[in-house]
Design a protein around this ligand. Structure first.
Ligand SMILES: *Cc1c(COP(=O)(O)O)cnc(C)c1O
Length: 380
């Protein structure tokens, strides 16, 4: 087949919608947290496509920063990391109703075990040549995933018997904090210590104990234990309402950007976008931004969010549509092709994922993970 004259090389023009990912920022963020929490080790949590940053790029950058584990929600995500060539220990902790662990065991993926069924499936998948590696996940108060306290004794005994068979190895034990308050988190720590003591009394030796995610790792040193599971912090985002990334020594790793694709002058009172939910008070320049809710732009930022255009920040006006939204530039001189940064590093004057979260009534985690498939992830 010969190419026709009408074909355009895919890289001839910069992508319409770009998530520019700064791997060096991820490396620096992980290195900073690793130093803060040492001697505890760092697991880089790269679930959900690395919180929208690209799982492989994020994992590689995190290992460069000193992470010694990778963490994901499910086994498919873990297998994808193995296919990409990562040989680091990987933990996967969320499983379906009818879990099948053969591929996980064959690929040396450590399984987070929260139920008796998961334990027995791990036992079925393990062999004496290749035992299933497991970390028991206990519910210490979050009320979500994890072995319930009333089941601890029975499941620990079953795990000990399974380990004696040589087909599984209980390498670790973990739990997850509610972040409801420091007191609640410390009560969970106490419950976790009870669980590990009970496990030891049952004959288990869970060598790797872990409880803290980013928030605990940074603000509750007692929860660092042997390993911290670092998610949002490795991407340079703050898990706290009262601290910016910069205040935590972190740098946001993702900048969502594009260019204005249309600029027009409208008269005061002109209705903008579906439903005319906005009419400028004065004659204004309106700029058109080619991202919409299909790209993960929350429709809730209609008339509440803002973006950076050519050096200053301007409001998103009218309803966000599937593929586009409008910015009121007032009298700001702008032209088609001007650079637009939707969110990025506050230290560079850009709106942040946190600003977007506030405008949309959500959290920064959701803003970055929800980016759609049409947004091209590109290196800085
Ligand atoms: C997602 C997740 C993390 C990472 O949490 P951050 O707040 O992003 O650091 C850690 N542990 C578990 C079990 C998780 O599901």
């Amino acid at each position: 087949m010969t190419a026709t004259a009408r074909e355009v090389a895919p890289d001839a023009a910069p992508a319409l919608r770009r998530a520019v990912v700064d791997a060096a920022a991820i490396t620096a963020n992980v290195a900073h947290v690793a130093e803060t929490v040492a001697p505890a080790a760092v697991m880089a949590v790269v679930k959900a496509n690395g919180y929208g940053h690209g799982a492989e790029r994020a994992a590689r950058a995190a290992l460069d920063g000193g992470a010694s584990w990778l963490g994901v929600a499910d086994v498919d995500e873990a297998l994808a990391l193995r296919s990409a060539g990562f040989t680091t220990p990987v933990l996967a902790w969320l499983h379906g109703a009818d879990p099948v662990f053969e591929a996980a065991v064959a690929n040396d993926i450590t399984l987070g075990i929260s139920t008796r069924l998961q334990l027995s499936r791990a036992l079925e998948a393990g062999t004496s040549a290749t035992p299933a590696r497991v970390h028991l996940k206990v519910d210490t108060g979050l009320g979500r995933n994890g072995i319930e306290r009333s089941d601890w004794a029975a499941v620990f005994e079953a795990a000990q018997a399974a380990e004696a068979s040589g087909r599984i190895r209980v390498d670790g034990m973990f739990s997850h904090l509610s972040n409801a308050s420091d007191d609640d988190d410390l009560a969970q720590l106490a419950a976790f210590e009870e669980a590990t003591e009970l496990a030891r009394a049952t004959g288990l030796d869970p060598a790797v104990r872990h409880l803290a995610a980013t928030a605990g790792a940074l603000r509750l040193p007692a929860t660092r234990l042997d390993l911290v599971r670092l998610g949002v912090g490795m991407y340079g985002l703050s898990p706290f309402d009262d601290a910016t990334p910069a205040e935590l020594g972190l740098r946001p790793a993702l900048r969502l950007e594009t260019r204005l694709i249309s600029v027009k002058r409208v008269r005061a009172g002109t209705g903008v976008s579906y439903g005319y939910t906005y009419r400028p008070e004065h004659d204004s320049w309106l700029g058109l931004v080619p991202l919409g809710y299909a790209d993960g732009i929350p429709r809730h930022v209609s008339n509440t969010g803002s973006v950076w255009v050519g050096g200053s920040v301007h409001p998103i006006v009218g309803r966000v549509a599937m593929d586009q939204f409008v910015v009121d530039l007032g009298d700001h001189e702008a032209a088609v092709g001007d650079r637009v940064v939707l969110f990025g590093d506050g230290a560079a004057g850009h709106p942040t994922a946190g600003d977007w979260a506030e405008a949309a009534g959500t959290i920064n985690y959701e803003i970055v993970t929800r980016l759609g498939r049409r947004v091209k992830r590109v290196p800085e």
